[in-house]
Structure formats: structure tokens, C-alpha cells
Write a protein that binds this ligand. Structure first.
Ligand code: ZN
Length: 537
């Protein structure tokens, strides 16, 4: 049996070999990370273009469906079509196109005829005592180490390139005070966790993964070991000895909250009316709240209270702001500033509206309705409402055609726009829900401010179910392409669920579309001009 089988394989190879007709093609090696991928037939080179069998996509961890002339590759958002070129009787794809679609680092060395594909480290998060690194190709931790003086943990990811905007940022409420990213060598990304003191750590993700988790042992309460149901240790008691408002200029103000010991805290912004909230665990205010002087155009006042055993300090704002928090020794530092594109009048601004999907990509479908058409109709309504205010509007598409995801936010740059608003409708087959969600991308505090200001108006105006202004990383590991690559404040609004009959009827109606448009205009105006915050309370 074995003899016959191998003979027939040989026969097939001989029959399908192109060698009889032309010189054998130039071959290429494809290396993912540090590992060469064996593919059959072997990848071929034409000019400087490398073609590999469609199966390469599987080795890259992608989901795909291959047709006669193209392969549809599932992406974080939607899908990409890659052309099939036939080589040696096998369907092949361009490796550079596959790398681009899957956001993988592509490197072609013609002298060794080798393509090297590296995973991109696209996001790093620290939450609940654990680091999560998000990557575009599965990787493993190649080394992790605790270093003294100053105490820090380094985590090396072989086969990865750093591809984030933020290379260092502060973390609060745990043993880790700062996260730094760097390219240790050509093909190794390094994450460094700066520690306030000596601390243990554990690499949770053992196998190759697109999501690497490392927990950092902590005594400060917020760092329980992941996977255990243990209650976090109580935070040590601290005294808040001072809250000092430190104006930088009219558009920026710092707040320093001084504590008697390293505090465990959370800080976040909420909307309607806009305010920054700081919860400090196990803390007591050492002076009356009335004694905190507030003098800045962005701040209306400071209140304190108790929330789930934490001391809550609320900073009431005069408008939506760009906000960040960090730990500085025993102090909590807040930085509050005018967000990007704010100031002046809405009538002076340029807004890019992106009606999602289009052309061959219909988006969600239900009840004979295609999302791409709803998005366009809502975008037209929004354009009309914005133009009435005097603002300038640019549509990414004004007809039924597809625009590449990365080309969409680029329209904002090309037109000197201040804002990017992507319009979509949701679907959740088989279980339809109702309501509105607004997404923004992490690390873009101005986008968060814009999302909050518009989302709250949307809920108020439409009375729809509120799914919140949320990070786009709750959807996909690297967020949404149109938001991630935007260079101006950018949000994506899911205006309702197309597969929910009630929502769909609304989405198809002029009245509802006008409400959406009015709410977005109001939210934009509140973000830009401020002044409306005081009226809501
Ligand atoms: Zn959509």
C-alpha cells in the first residue's frame, strides 16, 4: 500500500511539474518569527513579489475561505479579499498582501530570498494586577526577568515588533508604576514594568498566543493572582493630606492629590455632566472638602463622598476634557486639558463622516435591509444637520462603493479635519438586542471625551437602550482599524441593531435618523464650544 501511494504521489508531481515547460522558478523561504514555515509547493518569487500557497494564512493563525480567484480573510473588522495567483497548479497569494491584511510586519531579503514575518505588538494594558500584551501573530514569552535597582520586570517577546504609539506610560493602583516598550533587537520586543518595590511575577500565557498575560504579585490590593477567586487584600489605610489645583494655563490644569502612603486608586471620566472621578481605597480626607480652592476655567468644583468603602473625589468639569491620571510616589496626579479640536466654534470645524461598509461589503443584513445603505442614509442626514450649523463636512463615501479601512481615517488628514465619525449599525445574530453603543480607541483621551459627549446626547435624544461609550478593544484585540489609525478625535457609533425589528424600523425612518443627527451635532458642539455642561445636572 505504502509503495503504491508514494508512487502515485510521484506520478502527480511529475505530471503537474512545470519544469517540462520552463526553467524552475526561483524559490523563497518564509519565516514566521524565528521559525521557517514548510509549505508545499514551496513559495516562489517573481520579481520582488513572493507568492505562497494559501495555506500560509493558516500558519499565520488566520481564518479564511478560499474561492477560485480570491481568498476572503477574516479581519478584526470585516474581511479582506486577497487575489489568488496560480503557480505550479496551486492557488497562491502574495505574502506581502497577506501581511498587510493581517497587520503583520513584512521583511523581504532578496539576497537570501527570505521573507520574515513578525508579529506586531499593538497594545499593552495593565489591569487588576496583570499585564496583557496584544499581538497580531501568536508569540511566546522568550524570557522574563526581575531586575534590581531600580526594581523592574522585563518581558521579551521573540518574533515581535513594537507597533504602538505609546512607548511609555504610567500605571496606578498596583506595584507597577510605569510600562515601557522597546525593540530589544531586530525581532524581539521588550516590555519593561517599572516597580515601586520588589515584586514577584508570573507568566500566565504559556503557549503561543496573540494575547500574552503576565501577572505581577502585589500587596496593594488591586493585584490578586488572575484565575483565583481570592478577595484582594485590603489597601493600607491612607490619609489624603492635600488636594492642590495647579493651573498650567487656560487650557490645562493639573491636580495633585497627596496621600500619607502609596494609595490604591481608580480614576475615570463620566459624562452628563462631565466629571472626573477618583476613588481612593481605604482613605480618609484629612481636611474639609470646602477648603479645596478651585480656580480654573475647566473646573466647576470639587466634591467628596464615599463609594463602596472608597473615598470618592469628584471634579466637576465645565466641559469634556482630555484627562489622564498617574501615580507619583505617594501622590496621585491628574492632568486635565482642553481636548484636541476643541475651542472656537463648531461652525469653523471640518468633520469627516464615514458611512461604514459599501460596495461589495454590505455590512450586517436583516429583514431585507443592508447596513451599508442605512449608514449612508444616516450620514447624509448628519451632513445636512452639520452643514446647517456652518460646519464643513467631508464624506468618506457618498455612494455605494467600498473604501479601504485604512483610507477612511486618512480622509480626515487629507482635508485638515478636526473630527472623524464613523456610522454603523449593529447586528447580533442570533440573539438580537436593542440600543446604541459608541466606541473609541484606547490611548486617545480626546476620542474618549468625544465619545462621552456624543454618546450621552444620543441616549438622551433617542431614548434608546444605553450600551455605553466603550473601548473598541472590547470588540477586537487591536480595536477597530478606522479608529486605531485616526490622527484626530475619532469615534464609531453603532446606531442601533439591524436584526432587532424595532431598531430596524427606526433606522429606516427619517425621524430617527434626524434625531441621531441632532444628537451628534449637539455632542460635537458641547465638545467644541463647551458651555452646555452646566445646564444638565
Ligand atoms: Zn458595520
Amino acid at each position: 500500500m505504502r509503495y503504491i501511494a508514494s508512487l502515485s504521489v510521484l506520478l502527480l508531481v511529475v505530471l503537474s511539474s512545470p519544469a517540462a515547460r520552463c526553467a524552475s522558478p526561483r524559490r523563497a523561504r518564509v519565516v514566521i518569527g524565528r521559525q521557517e514555515v514548510t509549505l508545499s509547493p514551496r513559495p516562489v518569487v517573481e520579481g520582488d513579489v513572493v507568492y505562497a500557497p494559501v495555506e500560509l494564512l493558516k500558519r499565520m493563525g488566520a481564518d479564511y475561505a478560499a474561492g477560485e480567484s480570491s481568498v476572503s480573510v477574516a479581519l478584526a473588522e470585516g474581511s479582506a479579499l486577497l487575489d489568488i495567483a496560480w503557480h505550479e497548479g496551486a492557488p497562491m497569494i502574495r505574502v506581502d498582501e497577506a501581511a498587510k491584511a493581517l497587520e503583520v510586519d513584512y521583511n523581504w531579503d532578496s539576497s537570501t530570498s527570505t521573507v520574515r514575518l513578525l508579529s506586531k505588538l499593538v497594545a499593552v494594558e495593565f489591569d487588576n494586577g496583570a499585564l496583557t500584551a496584544k499581538l497580531t501573530l501568536p508569540v511566546t514569552v522568550s524570557s522574563a526577568r526581575l531586575w534590581p535597582k531600580p526594581w523592574r520586570i522585563s518581558i521579551d517577546l521573540a518574533g515581535a515588533k513594537v507597533a504602538t504609539d505609546a512607548w511609555a506610560y504610567s500605571v496606578s493602583g498596583s506595584d507597577v508604576s510605569r510600562i515601557r516598550l522597546g525593540q530589544f533587537n531586530d525581532d524581539t520586543a521588550r516590555i519593561v514594568l517599572d516597580l515601586g518595590r520588589k515584586s514577584g511575577y508570573q507568566v500566565i500565557t504559556k503557549g503561543p498566543s496573540r494575547e500574552i498575560k503576565v501577572s505581577v504579585g502585589s500587596q496593594t490590593g488591586s493585584g490578586r493572582a488572575p484565575g483565583t477567586a481570592a478577595q484582594p487584600e485590603p489597601a493600607p489605610p491612607v490619609n489624603i493630606t492635600a488636594v492642590a489645583v495647579e493651573p498650567a494655563d487656560d487650557s490645562k490644569v493639573g491636580v495633585r492629590i497627596s496621600a500619607s502612603a502609596g494609595p490604591t486608586f481608580k480614576a475615570f471620566m463620566v459624562g452628563r455632566p462631565p466629571r472626573v472621578v477618583v476613588d481612593v481605597q481605604n482613605a480618609t480626607l484629612a481636611m474639609p472638602a470646602d477648603d479645596i480652592p478651585v480656580e480654573h476655567s475647566l473646573l466647576r468644583g470639587i466634591r467628596t463622598g464615599e463609594q463602596n468603602g472608597a473615598l470618592r473625589i469628584v471634579f466637576d468639569l465645565t466641559r469634556y476634557v482630555d484627562f489622564s491620571a498617574s501615580a507619583d510616589g505617594n501622590d496621585i496626579l491628574l492632568s486635565i486639558g482642553l481636548p484636541s479640536g476643541a475651542g472656537g466654534r463648531l461652525s469653523d470645524k471640518t468633520i469627516v463622516i464615514d458611512p461604514g461598509h459599501g460596495g461589495d461589503d454590505p455590512g450586517a443584513r436583516a429583514g431585507g435591509v443592508k447596513e451599508k445603505n442605512l449608514n449612508l442614509a444616516i450620514a447624509f442626514k448628519l451632513r445636512e444637520a452639520l452643514e446647517e450649523t456652518g460646519a464643513k463636512v467631508v464624506l468618506v463615501r457618498d455612494g455605494d462603493r467600498y473604501v479601504d479601512l485604512y483610507d477612511r481615517p486618512a480622509v480626515a488628514d487629507g482635508n485638515g479635519a478636526q473630527f472623524f465619525i464613523s456610522i454603523h449599525c449593529n447586528a447580533l445574530v442570533p440573539e438580537a438586542m436593542s440600543g446604541i453603543t459608541t466606541y473609541y480607541h484606547p490611548g486617545q483621551p480626546s476620542s474618549r471625551a468625544l465619545a462621552l459627549s456624543i454618546h450621552n446626547r444620543l441616549i438622551e435624544e433617542t431614548g434608546m437602550v444605553d450600551h455605553g461609550a466603550r473601548l473598541d478593544t472590547v470588540l477586537y484585540r487591536s480595536g477597530l482599524a478606522v479608529l486605531r489609525s485616526a490622527s484626530v478625535p475619532a469615534i464609531l457609533v453603532e446606531c442601533g441593531f439591524i436584526d432587532c425589528t424595532r431598531d430596524r424600523e427606526k433606522l429606516c425612518s427619517d425621524v430617527y435618523r434626524a434625531k441621531l443627527a441632532r444628537a451628534i451635532v449637539d455632542g460635537l458642539r458641547e465638545y467644541t464650544e463647551g458651555g452646555m455642561a452646566a445646564e444638565a445636572n
